[in-house]
Design a protein. Sequence first.
Length: 427
Amino acid sequence: MSPTLENFGHDPLWITIIKAVMLFVFLMLGILFGVWFERKLISRMQHRYGPNRAGKFGLLQSVADGLKMGLKEDIFPRTVDKVLYLLAPVIMVVPAFLAFSIVPFGPVVNLFGVETPLQLVDLPVAVLFMLAMGAVSVYGVVLAGWSSRSPYALLGGLRSAAQVVSYEIAMGLSFVAIFLFAGTLSTSEIVKAQEQTWFAVLLIPSFLVYVICMFGEAARIPFDLPEGEGELVGGFQTEYSSSLKFALIMMGEYLHTFTASGIAVTLFLGGWRAPFPISLWDGANQGWWPVLWFFIKFVLTFCFIVWVRASLPRVRYDQLMSLGWKVLIPVNLAWILLVAAVRNVVVNDGNRTLGIGLGVVIVIGALAIWMRFDTVNQRRKEAKKAQVEAEFEQLSEEPTAGGFPVPPLDLPHYHGVQHKEIPSGTN
C-alpha cells in the first residue's frame, strides 16, 4: 500500500527509534562503502587498481582511513575561534542526516507486527524542508572558513555561500513543475503520483535542471569551487587537515551527495516503485521488494555522479555563476509557465484553445528572449575579441606598448639608429 500523510504520526515510539537507527546505520555504512566504491570506480576508469590492500578488494580501506584520522593528533591553529571551529563540521553533518529523513524507501510494511511506512517522517512541506536543510548546512561551511582565520578558507566559504544561493533558487524552481502535477509537497504522495509515468520522463527540463543543480548543491565536480585545490589550496577545509574534524567534513559532503541522489530518485525516478517492465509483475511494489528497486536507482544515480567527476574538469567561477543566473533560472521560469498552461488543459480540463495558445506564446516568447540575449552576448564577445586582437597587434609593433612601463631596450634598431658593422681590429 502506498503511504500518505495520514499514515504518519501513529507509530509507537520504539518503532520510530528503530527506523531512525536503521536510517543512521544505512547512511554510515553507505559512507564507508561509498568512499571505497568511488575510489574503485574512478581507478577503473583511469586504468588503475585503486584501493586493494586493506581487506578483500580493499573493502576495509575506508575503515583504515577512519582509524588513522581518529588516532592523529588534534591540532588547532593558533588564531582560530575554537568554538566555531569545532561547531562548523557538526553544522555541516546534522542537516544532511535530517534531510534524508523525508526520503521514502518503500510502501507500508509489517515491521515487528506493526504496519508502518518505510520512511522516517513525512511533512506537508517535506521538499521545502529538504531545501531548508541544504541551506542550513552552508552556515557550517561559512563558519569553517571564517573561524579558520585563513584567507583561502574564507574565500572557499564565501564561494560556497554564493554558489548555494544561486543554485538553491534554480533547484527550487525545478520542483515547481512537480508540485503543479503532483498537487502536493509531500514526498510519499509525490511517489504515489508517479504510479503511471516518472516525472523524469514527463518533466524532462525540470529533471535536467535538477541534475545540474545537484552538483552545485553538493559541491561536486564540475562545481566544487569552494575547495578548488588549484586556486584555494583546500578551500574552507584548509585548516581541518587532521583528526576527526576533517572526517566530519568529508562525511557531510558524502551525506549531501546521498541526499541529492535520494531526492532525485524520489521526485523524478519514481521513488521505490519498480521500473518497467518489472512493474508489470503484480507483486513488484508490495512488501520489501520496493526497497531493492529504490536501492538500485540510488546506486545508479551515485554512479552517475562519480562518472561525472571522472569525466569533467572543474569550471571557472564566473562560468558557474553565469550558468546559474543567466541560463538555469530563466529556463526554469519559462518552463513553469508552460507546465502551468498544460496542466490547466490536461489536469483541470480547462479551455483547450486558451491553454494551447498560451503555451505557444510562452515558447515563442522564451525563444525570442533567448535569441536576443544570445545575439547581444555574441556581439559583446566579438567586440572583446577584436579589442584583444588590436592590443596584440600593437604589442607586435612595439613590445613595450600598453604594458608596464620599462626602460627602452639597448638595441640600436629600437631607437631609429641604423645598424653599422664595426670592422674587426679597430678599437
